[in-house]
Design a protein around this ligand. Sequence first.
Ligand code: BV8
Ligand code: ZN
Length: 246
Amino acid sequence: MTPREECRCWLRGASSIAVLTGAGISAESGIPTFRSSSGESALPPLWKKFRPEELATPAAFARDPVLVWRWYDWRRGLVARAKPNAGHVALAELERRGRRLTIVTQNVDGLHGLAGNRDVHEIHGSIWMLRCTVCGNEWNSMETPLPHIPPACPCGGMARPGVVWFGEGIPGPAWLAAETAAVTCGVLLVVGTSAVVYPASSLVPIARSAGARIIEINLEDTAASNLVDHSLRARAGEALPDLLDF
Ligand code: BV8
Ligand code: ZN
């Protein structure tokens, strides 16, 4: 049996499937990834000199809220133009066909929900959410470009992006759902993530110790590749429709 055939067999027989996705699943929708070479070319010069770890932090926002907001506003513009690709659609189709499927995503682009998946946990938040730094008020805004940078809350307080930055905890309910999915799934699909960001990356060893079969889909080796049963070198937009059309 080839690795592809074995993966299809595991997925067909799985009582429940969990999926951990990263920026790579949205690359074919035109959203640059953070760390892989394929994403670099799409970045305009302004962002080439920054690493995500330098802008996606409370300290960066405190130091220069306008710069951080310009980065998010640029990304919001990209996300607003992005459509779910064949990889997102294959996962939505699987849930529509009644399979027990939980998606845990590190992405803040909302494309899994847009594709039609309902059981989706955005452990790093959403690029469409804003949160007041004074009163904590949270609201959804799809407005791009933002009329004012930085945007203000109705209370007058400055708003921040409603995402989880480095050094911030993952929202409790989302993390509980993510860990539960990793511990109870028969198969964990790890799609388009370099698996360097914690605690998302810990879901792979958690699922492994709970006895799940683990299938990785990526263009290159990752920090999780040595923990998975099969690591398929393929684009998510090709591999997912091929694996899930049972
Ligand atoms: C926390 C939201 C504690 C914002 C993001 C030292 C060692 C280990 C850990 C740490 C450490 N120092 C600090 C830490 C902890 C830190 C961390 O992990 N740092 C890393 C950099 C080492 N983590 C944290 O700070 C987390 N919080 O630990 O808090 C705590 C607890 C309680 C109370 C208080 C505090 C918070 C982490 C969340 C950070 N926020 N994003 C935003 O998006 O702007 S992380 C950011 O990276 C994105 O969310 C992104 O999704 C995520 C992970 O990256 P990937 O998704 O994997 O993307 P990447 O570009 O890296 O890889 C893409 C992959 O796709 C590549 O492999 C590529 O080959 C592949 N690919 C490309 N095209 C395709 C493809 N695959 C398939 N098909 C294709 N077509
Ligand atoms: Zn407020």
